[in-house]
Design a protein. Structure first.
Length: 366
């Protein structure tokens, strides 16, 4: 390379850095102006001011750039500054990656969900039906390395004449089973007035799909100290789901885990349609951990393994799956819960046993 050119290029490099420093300094001043304009209710866009600045620049221009080139260069600078001013006016959502770039890790007792921690598995029956049923299920999943146990005590049922759950007695049985087997207990809360009972018995509150936009419940749960598993509504957009999480964070509860559980579509071969893109998007747009409930997503036992693989490949931080000692006689979700042998086969097929102790990357192999 020619030495003269090399030397001139070094000078260009220095000037680039000088220009960057000046542009950044100018941007900081523009931001300060923008903040003041917002305070006193003035618009950021002031065409008269822009014209005056361009006139001053053109009259100071001694070349070699033409006046038109100087104008177009500075118009770019003005536009970039206005974008900065408008950005500042946007609400800073607490759930947003822009607000917090690093992954949030939610602790359920001593179990970490999210970040670089191994994928978690929440397993247990759809509903807590009896001491025998809950004890047997807790014993089985704990033996297989599961740490997070699920079981509904207050069930949101479409048909008012179907089993509604054991209520507080169910919470007590769930607690007893979890304590007996070293498990953390996750259960759905449907009514804010039940919060004291939940705070006594559970380690994680679940807000179900049907209550995702129950803002009264969201506010109450947002004031709780317990971590929350927030299911996506049956027909909720990703934005509505994330806004529901925003309610929880806004009320002071930062320990929120999102849970995709399938959305209602025209498809009838599955109970719901697992929205894999929602998992990836929720991870991109928010800093919260994201789980996938593979049981309610497909509503089919034969889809549990592929949906689990898809969810984890899309970046899910864990999976929820329903297990029952004898699904044929279950009081809810008979078609989709797996029995103990089915659960063992599920673990083997998804390689979950290894991830329950090792790193999450193990999951994608095989
Ligand atoms: C559940 O997990 O028990 C449940 C009712 O799920 P969803 O709210 O997603 O329908
Ligand atoms: Mn269920």
């Amino acid at each position: 390379m020619d030495e003269r050119i090399e030397a001139l290029r070094r000078r260009i490099d220095e000037l680039n850095l000088d220009l960057l420093r000046l542009l950044s300094e100018r941007a900081a001043v523009a931001e300060a102006i923008g903040r003041r304009q917002t305070e006193v209710g003035l618009s950021h866009y002031d065409p008269m001011r822009e014209q005056a600045m361009l006139d001053a620049l053109v009259s100071a221009n001694r070349g070699p750039f033409s006046d038109a080139t100087v104008k177009s260069l500075f118009k770019q600078v003005f536009q970039a500054s206005m974008q900065l001013e408008q950005e500042q006016d946007k609400v800073q959502y607490l759930t947003s990656r822009r607000h917090r770039s690093e992954d949030t890790v939610v602790w359920v007792g001593d179990v970490a969900v999210g970040g670089d921690h191994p994928a978690v598995l929440i397993a247990g029956p759809c509903a807590i039906e009896s001491r025998e049923q809950v004890m047997a299920t807790a014993a089985h999943v704990a033996r297989r390395g599961v740490k997070l146990f699920r079981g509904g005590a207050f069930k949101p049922r479409t048909d008012p004449y179907s089993f509604q759950g054991l209520g507080v007695e169910g919470l007590e049985l769930g607690r007893e089973a979890c304590d007996a087997h070293g498990l953390r207990f996750v259960a759905e809360i449907m009514d804010a007035t039940d919060l004291p009972a939940f705070e006594r018995h559970v380690d994680m509150l679940q807000i179900g799909a049907r209550n995702m936009q129950n803002f009264h419940l969201l506010k109450a749960v947002g004031r709780s100290r317990l971590p929350v598993l927030l299911k996506r509504g049956l027909a909720a957009t990703i934005e509505e789901w994330v806004m529901a999480a925003e309610y929880l964070l806004h009320e002071g509860n930062p320990n929120v885990v999102l849970c995709e559980r399938g959305i209602r579509t025209y498809e009838r071969f599955t109970r719901n349609t697992l929205d894999v893109s929602a998992v990836a998007l929720a991870k991109l747009e928010t800093h919260l951990p994201v789980l996938v409930d593979v049981t309610h997503s497909g509503g089919r036992r034969d889809l549990l393994v592929p949906l689990t693989k898809a969810a984890l490949a899309a970046g899910a931080d864990g999976i929820m799956v329903e297990v029952h000692p004898n699904p044929a006689v279950a009081l809810s979700d008979q078609k989709q819960q797996v029995d103990f042998d089915g659960f063992d086969a599920y673990l083997d097929a998804t390689l979950f046993p290894r991830t329950l102790t090792a790193g999450r990357t193990e999951l994608y192999r095989g």
